[in-house]
Ligand binder design. Structure first.
Ligand code: KG4
Ligand code: ZN
Length: 406
């Protein structure tokens, strides 16, 4: 079946066409179209995501992205212009006219979106899509609403069933886009989700059956990366910048040189909650420790010190993440570990978990490819397919929920 995936929870506008087949034991996917517009360049000047701007950009970009995804999938077919065929399409277009007010009302708050969509719907034939999967939370509520209302409008216009999808479930299930990863799935599984908004350890008891067993008490990991990057005068989003800086530093300096630099400046940050008996996290103390350290220098940071700070910060994060995950694996007799969320794009974090799992060969490690670690529509379509396979009902009455939990 062909699934249209839509994601607008933060600052990425994404639309995809995914072909899915098979059942839960052998599901396979083929990417037919994958269009993504990152608003990063726009939000850069604010130093973070500005919700009203994100909303405006989603509304502006959804229709062009839909067109691109369908075009890539070779499913973008204009209505023919010859009179004989126009008569055949007249039925669809007059049915569409009857829905005009409903669509207009639905999209009343998304500036410009109705006009764009209306033009599109009258220009192109209904594509052979079987269902829509759209993120309805968690995320920035104004941003989520654009995708939610857009998907509802398409569902009405094209008579399609829609599955509202939890963004975190999308991250968890994203690796299953690769068939070989599905073969490793066994329950109970554990998922570590690390993104800009979340840091959660999730026990997966069975398909779509989740229990959050650990989470951050304050900042999310990605948020800490972004804030520390700002302290180091690195551009937004800071996660990839810190990661790049550390990788460069590691390449240019061997371990002994790095140890000397660390000692010279006394760069030592805490590993918050690493020894606490629970599975929760806290990153705000670590962030503050970096801030005070920088303030304590009373001088601009040398490139060498900047890199040493980034390295020590990243090391602290990694040690805490690995230690808590290890604890959860032991406590719950886990068979496989699934990593998800934008921060999983970090090469040192991936390597640390790969190393950790070497010592526990009975546990399978499942990580999404870097290309779909950060927000995208494919993960939403994959999750949509599993919702469909497992008998969840499609819905037309859902809302956007900023604080939706798993
Ligand atoms: O999952 P995601 O794309 O969006 C949310 O759902 O939040 O995650 C975005 C977060 C940002 O905080 C970004 O800085 C972080 O993921 N991130 C990284 C890396 N790439 C993205 N953090 C550390 N290292 C990276 N390579
Ligand atoms: Zn995300």
């Amino acid at each position: 079946m062909k699934i249209l995936g839509i994601e607008t929870s933060c600052d990425e506008t994404a639309v995809c066409l995914l072909e899915a087949s098979g059942d839960v034991t052998n599901a396979t996917f083929a990417i037919l179209g994958n269009a993504l517009y990152s608003q990063v360049a726009i939000h850069k000047e604010y130093g973070g995501v500005f919700p009203a701007v994100a909303k405006r950009e989603h509304a502006k970009n959804l229709v062009p992205l839909l067109g691109r995804a369908l075009e890539d999938a070779r499913l973008l077919v204009p209505f023919p212009t010859e009179m004989s065929v126009i008569e055949k399409t007249a039925g669809f277009l007059s049915e569409l006219d009857n829905k005009k007010v409903e669509l207009q009302t639905l999209l009343a708050r998304e500036i410009g979106l109705f006009d764009e969509l209306w033009k599109f719907l009258r220009q192109y034939q209904k594509p052979p899509i079987d269902m829509i999967a759209v993120t309805n939370g968690p995320g920035l509520e104004p941003a989520l609403w654009v995708g939610v209302n857009f998907s509802k409008a398409l569902a009405i216009a094209w008579n399609l069933p829609t599955y509202p999808i939890n963004h975190l479930e999308g991250h968890v299930l994203s690796p299953l886009i690769e068939a070989h990863q599905l073969q490793k799935i066994a329950f109970p599984a554990l998922s570590l989700i690390i993104s800009g908004g979340h840091t959660e350890l999730v026990l997966i008891k069975d398909w779509l059956d989740y229990e959050v067993i650990g989470q951050t008490k304050d900042d999310a990991v990605g948020e800490a990366f972004d804030k520390v990057a700002r302290m180091l005068d690195l551009p937004y989003p800071g996660g990839p910048e810190i990661s790049k800086l550390v990788d460069q530093y590691n390449k240019q300096n061997d371990e002994l040189t790095q140890k000397n630099i660390k000692e010279k400046y006394a760069v030592n940050f805490p590993r918050p909650m690493i020894d606490s008996p629970d599975l929760d996290f806290s990153f705000s103390g670590l962030k503050t420790a970096v801030l005070y350290f920088i303030k304590g220098q009373n001088a601009p940071l040398s490139p060498e010190l900047k890199a040493a700070i980034a390295r020590e910060f990243q090391d602290a994060v990694i040690e805490v993440l690995v230690s808590k995950t290890q604890k959860a694996l032991e406590n719950y007799e886990i068979k496989n570990l699934i990593l998800g969320g934008g921060v999983i794009a970090n090469s040192a974090i991936r390597a640390a978990f790969e190393k950790m799992i070497l010592a526990s060969p009975h546990i399978h490690l499942i990580i999404p490819p870097i290309s779909i670690s950060t927000d995208n529509a494919l993960m939403i379509a994959v999750a949509g397919y599993f919702n469909f396979l497992l008998g969840r009902k499609s819905r037309g009455d859902f809302t956007a929920i900023g604080h939706l939990s798993l």
